[in-house]
Structure formats: structure tokens, C-alpha cells
Design a protein around this ligand. Structure first.
Ligand code: TYD
Length: 136
């Protein structure tokens, strides 16, 4: 639990003069089965994404191209990560508030998720999230 359970995972990288290759297997390189993949792209400069937490969902966030920051907050502690390599993924567990910003131009943020999209899994109100984590 908490931001200290969130960490950078180094993904396999097959170096090749023809171009490098990275792969991610559910349950092997990420500690969950991958049920969904989504990505953010064409992000205008200065944009902020995220601004929510998930009740149950676990995610791995990868900067497929370019760079951006991910700010994690568990209600007590905050940690900022800068993602800029496609062979590093940031594991974000459930009950963590996240904000993404500082997107470089042309950046692509890919997210692997442990479940299908479900709006009822979101906390979109920070005060509501704080109330819940502070009584956990
Ligand atoms: P949201 O999760 O708030 O985006 P972000 O965290 O990147 O800022 O989702 C934005 C919108 O997209 C929201 O209306 C829900 C919709 N959406 C889906 O329909 N399916 C998905 O898998 C995701 C991630 C979002």
C-alpha cells in the first residue's frame, strides 16, 4: 500500500542494431494480468492528465515516446517520477492519487491496466479520496 509500493520496473530490452525491442508479459513483468491498454497522445504543451485514484485498479505507465512526470500521492506521502524511457514502467497500485504533467511534445503515455474501464472504480474528487484513505 502507499506510494512506496509504487516503483519503476525495468522491462526486458533486446538491444539490436536494427532497433531495440521491449516486451511486457502479464503476470511476469507486471504483477497483474493485463486486461486493458490505453494511451495518451497528441497531448498539448502544458496539459495535465490524471487527477484521480482507483479503488481496485493496478496500472503500469510507460513513456513510449518523449517524457512526462507522474506525481503520486497516497494521502500521506507524495512522490514524483520522471518517465523518459520506453523500457521503464511505473507501477501504480490502487488507492493512489495520480497526476501527469510536463508532457514533452510528441510524447506518448501507454498504460497497461489490470481491469476493463469502469467509472465506478474511480475517485475523481481529491477530498473524497483523502477521507477514504485517512480512515483505512
Ligand atoms: P480519464 O481516466 O479521466 O483520463 P486521464 O486519467 O488520462 O486524464 O479518462 C478520460 C475519459 O476517457 C473519461 O471520459 C473516460 C474515458 N475512458 C474510457 O472510456 N476508457 C478508458 O479505458 C479510459 C482510460 C478512459
Amino acid at each position: 500500500m502507499g506510494v512506496n509500493s509504487c516503483k519503476i520496473i525495468e522491462l526486458p530490452k533486446i538491444n539490436d542494431p536494427r532497433g531495440n525491442l521491449t516486451f511486457i508479459e502479464g503476470g511476469q513483468h507486471v504483477p497483474f494480468d493485463i486486461k486493458r491498454v490505453y494511451y495518451l497522445y497528441d497531448v498539448p504543451g502544458g496539459s495535465e492528465r490524471g487527477g484521480h485514484a482507483h479503488k481496485e485498479l493496478h496500472q503500469l505507465i510507460v513513456a513510449m515516446s518523449g517524457s512526462f512526470d507522474v506525481l503520486l500521492n497516497d494521502g500521506k506521502e507524495e512522490k514524483r517520477f520522471h518517465l523518459n524511457r520506453s523500457y521503464y514502467g511505473l507501477l501504480v497500485n490502487n488507492m493512489i492519487w495520480r497526476e501527469l504533467d510536463n508532457f514533452s511534445s510528441g510524447s506518448v503515455c501507454m498504460v497497461l491496466a489490470s481491469n476493463l474501464y469502469d467509472e465506478s472504480d474511480y475517485y475523481r474528487n481529491y477530498d473524497e479520496f483523502l477521507n477514504v484513505v485517512n480512515v483505512l
